[in-house]
Ligand binder design. Structure first.
Ligand code: SF4
Ligand code: SF4
Length: 295
């Protein structure tokens, strides 16, 4: 079983559209949507959820009002300004304090120094993850709450679950839609993968972000290949990117031209290869044929 991770140095390169097209061309796969901060692969694959689990990203502090003596120590030592005065209390306690869960980083310092042990550290449920059925095979995906933390940890969880499902159903490939960028979630989606497919576009920022993501795959020694999407919007930049790939041992998989049918397919909730058998679909079929047989 091999794991192909589709990544891009930045958002908006067409990474997910290409992943969706691969998914609908593949024969025996498990799909992992690791773009957990902006998941949208489900819009094409229409998963039927079969299992839902809470994702606990970390801890969050909460004050037990009955135990608090209103000393204010937690407010003074919280570096994240998550604690604030909550007004007067009663005849015994002059004031009470409140912890804002959206500001709390879960460091636990307040709980350690509270003189009355009034602060409890609770699991912070920052989203859900799902195992679903789709017409292309099982899919593992997630939904983080707005501002949900620890997406790198969630990416690792999704990958582990996808691999375990792939082993149990005898799938040949785990196809992963990786997060954009080069941060912690991308690293979590790449480590130990069989290969990375980088999707870029011929713009200044595309070139800049490609260089950063290329450093990452080089560092983790992951065999990488490249797709230049919308290659015809700037042929010179496309050539520059192809030259960069060649000099960095990144295999060129193909150049895809700009095609308005890709947007029409998205609107119709389909992959481009389902929507039309046009030139770009044929090029993507050819690329998937190369990837499928790579060891
Ligand atoms: S440190 Fe403890 S006792 Fe003091 S205000 Fe905070 S919660 Fe209350
Ligand atoms: S756990 Fe840390 S971040 Fe949260 S309220 Fe306490 S000191 Fe502040």
């Amino acid at each position: 079983m091999k794991e192909i991770v589709v990544i891009s140095g930045k958002g908006g390169t067409g990474k997910t559209s290409i992943t969706a097209a691969f998914a609908t061309l593949a024969k025996n796969i498990v799909v992992a949507d690791c773009d957990v901060d902006a998941a949208d692969l489900h819009l094409v694959l229409s998963p039927q959820i079969e299992r839902t689990e809470d994702f606990t990203g970390g801890k969050c502090a909460r004050i037990e009002p009955g135990l608090c003596m209103g000393c204010g120590k937690c407010e003074s030592i919280c570096r994240f300004e998550a604690v604030s005065l909550n007004g007067p209390a009663n005849d015994l306690i002059a004031k009470t304090y409140l912890i804002d869960p959206t500001e709390c980083e879960g460091c636990g310092v307040c709980a350690k120094f509270c003189p009355t042990d009034a602060i409890v550290m609770e699991d912070d449920v920052s989203g859900q993850w799902f195992v679903s059925r789709t017409h292309v095979g099982p899919m593992v995906h997630a939904k983080l709450k707005a501002g949900g933390e620890n997406s790198g940890k969630l990416v690792t969880l999704i990958r582990n679950e996808s691999r375990s499902i792939a082993e149990s159903v005898g799938a040949d490939i785990v196809l992963t839609d990786g997060p954009p960028g080069t941060g912690c979630p991308v690293i979590a989606s790449l480590t130990g993968a069989s290969m990375a497919v980088i999707v870029t576009e011929p713009t200044m920022s595309g070139v800049h972000d490609l260089k950063r993501v290329a450093e990452l795959v080089e560092y983790f020694k992951i065999p990488a290949s490249l797709i230049i999407n919308k290659c015809d919007i700037n042929s010179d930049k496309s050539d520059e990117i192809a030259g960069f790939a060649e000099s960095h041992n990144i295999e060129m998989l193909g150049r895809l031209p700009y095609d308005p049918d890709v947007t029409k397919a998205q609107i119709a909730g389909m992959s481009i290869t389902q929507y039309s058998d046009n030139n770009i679909s044929r090029l993507i079929r050819d690329i998937w044929g190369q990837l499928e047989h790579k060891e």
